[in-house]
Ligand binder design. Structure first.
Ligand SMILES: O=P(O)(O)OC[C@@H](O)[C@@H](O)c1c[nH]c2ccccc12
Length: 396
């Protein structure tokens, strides 16, 4: 299998089928494609929303001589650097890939591993994102976008995630609950040994959850897309959020094909352009977007993006694992809070909520929904856990 190396966009395109001319993703997009030994190296100036088969061979220049190859290398590294610059100007500290390239290098027919500090992630979020990049590249190889789009077309229609949140908070007068099906996390380890995702999902629904969040990352959270599919197929009616580290638009199609109704986009790892682009794709395929922020800078960036209806404020810093529920209050104060209200954005308070006092605190701060995992999933009976968390039965 040929390997494509691309560092021109912050959204990764790590693999293409061997015939890029027929690839569906780059309609409209000028890109240069060349063959170098056993590798394909492609560069394209920017991504566009996918619409139809790219069949225009004239958009493709095959450069085979060394001067063109060198020129391309220079261009690629310039674009890569400019992507890093853009991320920096937006205050994004997370590097989407190891700056010195993946640890595996090719020299002629040989492969070797490089150890250097540039290839060491600076924190857990960076590690997760680098790992996700590789994981998605491998998944794309197995399931190219074309076949995935067909699966998306025949998937059960998406359910109204925002509608379910609104209906629930109007009915109960309390924040709507997005209850999380979460087996483990890097900060807390395994939360529940006897983990039956469908049973937990049904217990949440019975207890009055408006929507469910299902962790699908396997390596760090012991989640899976099988869990998401199984919950969807078990007749659970609550709309489902696919809780993933989205770094590539391919994952949006995959989530929809597996039955997700909503996805999480994390502002700490995605540039503004990525958030805009991915939000457009989500709209096209019927996915609701929950954009997650953790600090003022991320909130301000997201408030400048049109079409965002749902913002989650994470009380947990994904780089350090520190949890502080006053973060929700801090980000909703003053002008920011005013702007959010004017735009009619629904705010979700995320993480670290354990007691009725915690729920009351974030409700007072202005949230209309909460996202809760640990405090519910740990309990023997998650249905009762919901009543304990709210201080009353919210299921009727
Ligand atoms: O288990 P908690 O503290 O109730 O948190 C749930 C949820 O907010 C948390 O799992 C979460 C929020 N944002 C994320 C991003 C990725 C993975 C997990 C998360």
């Amino acid at each position: 299998m040929q390997e494509l190396i691309c560092a021109t966009s912050s959204v990764s395109f790590n693999s293409l089928p061997s015939s890029p001319v027929n690839h569906t993703f780059y309609d409209n997009t000028r890109f240069t494609f060349r063959f170098l030994r056993n590798k394909h190296i492609a560069s394209f100036p920017c991504m566009r929303a996918q619409q139809s088969e790219a069949t225009d061979g004239s958009a493709i220049n095959i450069a085979s001589d060394d001067s063109k190859v060198d020129a391309l290398d220079i261009k690629e590294s310039k674009v890569k650097n400019s992507q890093i610059d853009i991320a920096a100007t937006q205050g994004i500290k997370i590097r989407r890939r190891p700056p010195t390239g993946p640890p595996l290098h090719h020299v002629g027919p040989f492969e070797f591993r490089l150890q250097n500090e540039g290839n060491t992630p600076r924190n857990i979020l960076e590690e997760i994102v680098w790992n996700k990049d590789t994981e998605v590249a491998q998944m794309r190889e197995k399931k190219p976008l074309g076949s995935l789009k067909k699966a998306t077309d025949i998937a059960a229609p998406p359910r109204d995630f925002i509608g379910a949140l609104k209906a629930s908070s109007e009915k109960t007068g309390m924040p709507a609950l997005i209850a999380e099906v979460k087996k483990a996390s890097p900060s807390r380890g395994v939360l529940r040994e006897d983990f039956d995702p469908v049973e937990i999902a049904k217990a949440y629904e019975k207890g009055g959850a408006a929507c469910l969040s299902v962790l699908t990352d396997a390596k760090y959270f012991q989640g899976s897309f099988e869990n998401l599919e199984a919950i969807r197929n078990a007749g659970v009616k609550c709309p489902l959020l696919c809780k993933e580290f989205i770094v590539d638009a391919w994952q949006l199609y995959y989530a929809r094909a597996k039955g997700a109704d909503a996805v999480l986009l994390i502002a700490a790892i995605l540039q503004d352009l990525d958030i805009k682009y991915m939000t457009k794709i989500c709209k096209m395929i019927g996915l609701t977007v929950l954009v997650e922020v953790h600090d003022e800078n991320e909130m301000d960036r997201v408030l400048e993006i049109d079409g965002i209806q749902l913002i989650g404020i994470n009380n947990r810093n994904l780089e350090t694992f520190e949890v502080d529920i006053s973060n929700t209050k801090k980000l909703l104060e003053g002008e920011r809070g005013e702007k959010i209200r004017q735009k009619g954005i629904i705010v979700v308070g995320e993480s670290g909520l354990f007691t009725p006092a915690d729920v009351a605190y974030v409700q007072e701060a202005g949230v209309k929904a909460i996202l809760v995992g640990e405090s519910l999933v740990k309990l023997e009976d998650p249905t009762k856990g919901i009543a304990l968390l709210f201080g009353k039965d919210i299921s009727e």
